[in-house]
Design a protein around this ligand. Sequence first.
Ligand code: GLU
Ligand code: ZN
Length: 324
Amino acid sequence: MNCFSPQTRGRLAPSPTGALHLGNIRTFMITWLLARTQGGRLVMRIEDLDHPKNKPGAVTGMIDDLRWLGFDWDEGYGCGQEHDSAYLQSRRVEHYAKALARLIEQNLVYPCTCSRRDVEAGLSAPHSDEALFYEGHCRDRYLDFAAAQAKLPATRVPAWRFKVPANLAVRFTDGFYGEYSQVPAELSGDFVLARHALGAGYMLAVVVDDNAMGVNQVVRGDDLLAATPRQILIYRALGLQPPAYIHLPLMVGADGHRLAKRHGDTRVAYFRETGISANRIIGALAASCGWAKQGEEISLAALLPRFDLSLLPREPFVWRDELL
Ligand code: GLU
Ligand code: ZN
């Protein structure tokens, strides 16, 4: 892989939990512009690990929306049949299992038999300010995995939790946010990596995949900023180099919460069906970043010479229906 290439390698990593909305597109637009203005490459990875919120048909819909809006990418899903499965997380479970085995060998994880609900919540991306806090109940509870399994009914398997070092502050410099420091032992405690033999959750998969795919620039919403130190701990435990991170302010509804269904229909597919052009959508999003005038229609490619991350407002962007 191109791990040693000085070239920027970014990624688009949608989860097929529904149709893409304007908030997703705003982040993807900036991801695309960052990679392209640096002459870098973009990878398309589908984060479709088994998740109750995954919707059938969502992958096709997302790819179709992105192409319609003018996005392109160099590798990954949608770049030709033989490529697709290598970039679907659901088809990459053996890679996560290998990484988990290394962590087990190094005694950096332990089996946990606590509530199924906690474990399930810990397996998906934590798009929220409050990390789930785990007090370490199972840390020294079981002599080995078999002892943990024996504690559960046959229908359940233990989870694997990462041993977060006590008192350790994890620091990194975010490309937009700036200096960030956190003590993961205080925020999240030991966090869920995987369910035994059933596969990895988001935290482990994202690290394994970004590394395997040579991604050295991760651009995403700042709802994942607080999850980043946990990912850096996994990189270190696996002896890998973390990427550069750029966390962007989110698009929110009038109530200040992350854009969701209750804020009205902001799906790309909805605007497309009502006859609104791709360039109008891109124009409205570019205006929110300070790169276009209100109401201007512009293509993604035409934004390249206007791209300037320093113009991006630092606060969340509040969506209003009249913007489109
Ligand atoms: N697939 C994740 C999501 O859509 C993105 C995770 C990431 O960018 O690290 O929530
Ligand atoms: Zn436990």
